[in-house]
Design a protein around this ligand. Structure first.
Ligand SMILES: [Zn+2]
Ligand SMILES: [Zn+2]
Length: 381
């Protein structure tokens, strides 16, 4: 729109009643036909804009930020397929949603200190498949999980046996997309035993597998894990090998596995190196995740890496593949994770109670996307 006139420009008042005065001795031309806009036409335009803005703040129009301008209606969307969200805050959830994260996968792992009995495992599994799933949804992010006995705790034989016994009842729960994190820590006999038992369980329950590769002796541990999977005839197209680096990527991809990278801040495996990897290896079967947890980690690592990849000249298509569609392809295999969940999500209503608890504390104003629903309908038991 161009404004021309002789008198000084009157201050803009966002109210159509003041338009006559505003237009008094000026000509505003229409941006599409270049014709003269009357006060009445301008008033209509203003009310259209106000309606659009109101619809946007009601959540009727979802806009997602992000660098990848491809993938049709999924452009700019991010899936973080490795995030230990129980140790993150509601601020993290809000920041992730603003950065374009539409879904997260919470892999079962250890807690930073050893569990002492199977009961704490049972509660943990039900937390990551229950309340955390609800909590995430209250901030507009779909939450899925993987279930498994981690390699570190496989070394406590009594605990490990008890955990293996309770796994089946959690493997069939809603939102469980794989078994994981499985693999090796110190590559002991007991770790090997637990890994093999769980590969068989994954086959029985038709679930993909997420592999945690050891941080020490990574290359040897990664090769050994893939050998064991092959011995058990586990289809590599149903398995993600995580925490890769340049030493492991070639063999992991050559053998047909999905190849995930955890981006840890201030370490060697940062965004810059990830961008270089995608540039030289291409995006096929590569997945980027934050692996954020209770340690020094960044829940926005995937979004930041995507932005850097764009700056380094990686194509929008390739970025979309490594931050969204590859993860969806493999973790969507058992049908629990589907894009409809975030393309047509239920309206957020933070008055919702999960077993009597909400995400709000006394006096806070709930976010309500669809006003008018009775609070009685908002109970998850
Ligand atoms: Zn891990
Ligand atoms: Zn992890």
């Amino acid at each position: 729109m161009t404004v021309s006139g002789t008198s000084p420009v009157a201050p803009f008042v966002c109210d159509s009643g003041a338009l006559e005065a505003l237009l008094r001795d000026k000509t505003i031309s229409c941006p599409c036909c270049n014709g003269r806009l009357t006060a009445e036409k301008l008033g209509r335009l203003l009310s259209d804009v106000q309606q659009l803005a109101a619809a946007g703040s009601n959540g009727e129009t979802r806009t997602v930020a992000g660098p990848a301008k491809t993938g049709g209606d999924q452009a700019g969307m991010i899936i973080d397929p490795h995030a230990h969200m129980i140790s993150r805050t509601t601020d993290d959830y809000e920041a992730m949603a603003n950065a374009g994260v539409v879904a997260v996968i919470e892999p079962a792992f250890w807690l930073g200190q050893p569990r002492t009995n199977v009961g704490s495992y049972v509660d943990y599994f039900s937390l990551i498949s229950g309340f955390e799933r609800f909590r995430s949804g209250q901030f507009g992010i779909r939450h899925y999980c993987t279930i498994g006995l981690n390699p570190k705790e496989a070394n406590n034989e009594t605990l490990a046996e008890a955990v293996l016994d309770v796994l089946p009842r959690f493997l069939v729960k809603e939102g469980v997309v794989a078994m994981g994190e499985l693999g090796y820590d110190e590559q002991t006999l007991l770790e090997d035993k637990a890994l093999r038992a769980q590969i068989e369980l994954a086959k029985d329950f038709d679930l993909p597998i997420m592999i945690h590769t050891p941080h020490r002796d990574k290359r040897a541990g990664t090769l050994r894990t893939m050998d064991v999977l092959r011995e058990h005839n586990f289809d590599p197209a149903r398995c993600v090998i995580d925490h890769n680096n340049e030493e492991t990527i070639r063999e992991v991809r050559d053998r047909g596995f999905w190849c995930a990278f955890s981006i840890y801040p201030s370490t060697k495996m940062g965004s810059e190196r990830m961008a270089a990897i995608v540039k030289s290896f291409g995006p096929e079967r590569i997945i980027v995740d934050s692996a954020c947890d209770w340690g020094v980690s960044d829940p926005l690592a995937v979004a930041k890496t995507a932005r850097l990849m764009a700056q380094r000249g990686v194509s929008a298509e390739a970025i979309h593949q490594v931050i969204y569609s590859n993860a969806l392809a493999v973790y969507g295999l058992n049908g629990e994770m589907r894009k409809e969940h975030w393309l047509a999500p239920a309206a957020i209503d933070q008055r919702t109670l999960y077993e009597g608890n909400s995400v709000l504390r006394g006096g806070q104003t709930p976010r309500i996307e669809q006003p008018g629903r009775s609070a009685d309908d908002l109970q998850i038991i």
